[in-house]
Design a protein around this ligand. Structure first.
Ligand code: ADP
Ligand code: MG
Length: 222
């Protein structure tokens, strides 16, 4: 479902170009999950941004569910991202002026994919029923991340990209949120690419890779 082939990416810096990705290859099967590990600054977020179509590769190819990202224009990319990609970040990134219920539906509505039945199921399974009328600032970190997961999954994207989604949560809350996510993914066609620093969390996914020196090394399957 996701193929990354020989991807290169550098950033321009005052000291000259900084080569971050130097020939990254990656395959993620439909419905599978992959942990992306690597030291801070190794380029994990850069790779996630490229896969999300938020930035362009210098060289190489990214194909997701039959679409080559480099062959889409900005409008096509924006529409595709809205329907096919779910994004979850360490900082939750909820919309502070919207109640939980509206945060949840926001992306799905934009994508024209709002489905009341699926929304109700997400609310129930993520344990958000009591929290629907609250604003993000009235929630704990774990509750906010559950809302962010619900929002990302509401449009039933083919691929969920998560950048250290449990990085701001304590260990017990991380485990709880991860378990909810994995249970939901079990019952949906969504594939998962998750950046994590935690070997414990990485071990729960189907496989893991490590980014080092601009390339990916397989870290073995579970
Ligand atoms: P990670 O997520 O693995 O910590 P990043 O992908 O965020 O790493 O960053 C990889 C490297 O690229 C770092 O050295 C970072 O400072 C640099 N970098 C990231 N984004 C930019 C940017 N927009 N401009 C210049 N350098 C950047
Ligand atoms: Mg990062």
């Amino acid at each position: 479902m996701l193929q990354v082939q020989a991807v290169y990416k550098s950033y321009a810096t005052p000291q000259g170009p900084l080569a971050v990705l130097q020939g990254v290859d990656l395959n993620l099967e439909h419905g599978s999950s992959l942990a992306l590990m690597g030291e801070s600054g190794s380029g994990k977020s850069t790779l996630l941004h490229l896969v999300a179509g938020l930035d362009n590769v210098d060289r190489g190819m990214i194909r997701i569910g039959g679409h080559r990202l480099d062959q889409m224009n900005e409008t096509q990319l924006a529409n595709w991202r809205r329907t096919e990609i779910g994004l979850v970040f360490q900082q939750f990134n909820l919309i502070s002026s919207l109640k939980v219920e509206d945060n949840l539906a926001f992306q799905a509505r934009l994508a024209g994919r709002y489905d009341a039945g699926w929304q109700a199921q997400l609310i129930e399974r993520l344990g958000l029923g009591e929290l629907l009328k609250r604003y993000p600032e009235q929630l704990s970190g774990g509750q906010q991340q559950r809302v962010a997961l619900g929002r990302a999954l509401a449009s039933r994207p083919g691929l969920l990209l998560a950048d250290e989604p449990t990085g701001n949560l304590d260990e017990a809350t991380s485990d709880e949120v991860l378990q909810l996510l994995l249970d939901l993914l079990n019952d949906s066609p969504t594939s998962l690419l998750m950046v994590t620093h935690s070997p414990r969390i990485a071990a729960r996914l189907a496989s893991k890779v490590v980014l080092h020196g601009g390339r990916l090394a397989s870290a073995g399957a579970r």
